[in-house]
Design a protein around this ligand. Structure first.
Ligand code: 2PG
Ligand code: MG
Length: 433
């Protein structure tokens, strides 16, 4: 059993250039884990706040004040690390330390322990209590459970991730649903992203090639024309939507929702929807563009409206993000009401790793498909590639291009290469969607 002998934190910057916290954990057998917290631009009202008042400096102070408590802890048990973190900050939502410190501390500890055990991180995580019990409940051995999630990538960005003139909708996403291998799925997403640039340039010769926060193109187009351009790029490559590739949309509808007027305001496109019209608007796009994936098609508290969309489209991943905020109790509520059949897992929405594993277990219990996801402000690390595999996620939402996005995709390629056919390392192909 390894023990933590050193913990160190520092201020670093994320892909948006915003300050964040990075933590190093070293074990007595000299393995170091390192993690830096990401951050979102479209943030759910129920998600954990990244930092306490005082920002990164306040979180670093808490870390330094509690270094003695962390030293000696066992990083090999995510639940035990969670207890240590909870001793420091017992309140829900980590108001004292901030979710970012809970994230960095718990993931750095897990990485140090996985290295100490000589295991890939996905396998270390898959053996941890909340996930191991979820898998024994479904009587699958770990080797049977591991599959590659389909990479889901932002090819065209708008909303909170891009400037004026871009679509109100936050993300148009590509997923190579027909791919048999993760290598092919990554390559296909890259081809579509690249082809789309040409399509956009034809539509607007003045298109500069500008991109949003996650590497998706950020053209001056409304929602409809942006989706048409994405469909055209797929078609130009000889793909049929719903076969080799499928499109998805993160509507991020809370960004448009004006609670005081009970309306969704699409100010860039120049229209408004009442809640009923929003359901029809989203349903129409799902049908016409054969979307495989529709995230936050209504605002974050519209559980019943989401249930209507879910009921209409049983074969589409009707996904909660701001709706479910990686919170196991909220996911249970969404599952009871039939609000979604899929949910985003972002560790920092919950705070620590253990919270996120409990969320994953709640997803497994309720038959909710998981989509492990990056944030728009990311680190260059690749822990989420492992978290996606360990949690049995169907998709890994990590973007298509940009160093901090490609880091996650390249890690999937390395994991694929390390498959040597032994019982424990065998990942059995792509997830079943
Ligand atoms: C989302 C995410 C990631 P952000 O809404 O799903 O794509 O964006 O990190 O800005 O919340
Ligand atoms: Mg989202």
């Amino acid at each position: 059993m390894p023990a933590i002998t050193a913990v160190r934190g520092r201020l670093v910057y994320n892909s948006r250039g915003s300050p964040t916290i990075e933590v190093d954990i070293t074990t007595d057998d000299r393995h170091t884990g390192r993690a830096a917290a990401p951050s979102g631009a479209s943030v759910g009202i129920h998600e954990t706040a990244s930092f306490p008042e005082g920002g990164v400096a306040a979180s670093l102070q808490i870390l330094n004040d509690n270094a003695g408590r962390i030293s000696g802890a066992d990083p090999g048990d995510v639940g035990a690390m969670h207890k240590v973190i909870r001793e420091i900050d017992p309140e829900p939502g980590y108001p004292k330390m901030g979710g970012s410190l809970a994230f960095a501390l718990s993931i750095a500890a897990a990485e140090s322990a996985a290295k100490s055990a000589g295991k890939p991180l996905y396998r270390f995580l898959g053996e941890q209590a909340p996930l191991a019990s979820a898998s024994s409940a479904s009587s699958a051995s770990p080797a049977e459970r591991y599959r590659f999630p389909f990479p889901l990538g932002n090819i065209l960005g708008g909303g909170a991730h891009a400037g004026p003139g871009t679509p109100d909708m936050q993300e148009i996403l590509i997923c190579a649903t027909g791919s048999d291998t993760v290598q092919d799925a990554i390559r296909t997403n890259l081809e579509v992203h690249s082809e789309l640039r040409g399509v956009l340039q034809k539509l607007d010769p003045g298109f500069s090639g500008g991109k949003g926060d996650e590497g998706g193109w950020a053209p001056k187009l409304d929602n409809e024309r942006a989706l048409q351009a994405a469909a055209k790029a797929c078609e130009n490559l000889g793909f049929t939507l719903g076969r080799e590739v499928s499109l998805g949309v993160d509507f991020a509808s809370s960004t448009q929702w004006d609670a005081s007027r009970s309306r969704y305001v699409y100010d860039r496109a120049g229209f408004e929807n009442d809640p009923g019209e929003q359901i029809e608007f989203a349903s129409d796009l799902i049908s016409r563009f054969k979307l495989i994936y529709a995230e936050d098609a209504v605002h974050e508290e519209a559980f019943e409206d989401m249930a209507q969309i879910r009921a209409r489209f049983p074969d589409v991943l009707v996904t909660g993000d701001d709706l479910t905020v990686t919170n196991a109790a909220i996911l249970e509520k969404a599952a009871r009401g039939g609000s979604c059949n899929a949910a985003i897992l972002k560790v920092n929405q919950a705070g620590g790793l253990y919270d996120a594993l409990e969320f994953a277990a709640a997803g497994a219990r309720n038959g909710i498909r998981l989509v492990t996801s990056h944030r728009s402000g990311e680190s260059t690390e690749s822990h989420i590639s492992h978290i996606g595999i360990a949690t049995g996620s169907k998709m890994l939402k990590v973007g298509v291009v940009g160093g901090e996005r490609v880091a996650k995709l390249n890690e999937l390629l390395r994991i694929a290469e390390s498959q040597d056919g032994t019982e424990h390392d065998l990942i059995q192909g792509m997830a079943e969607l």
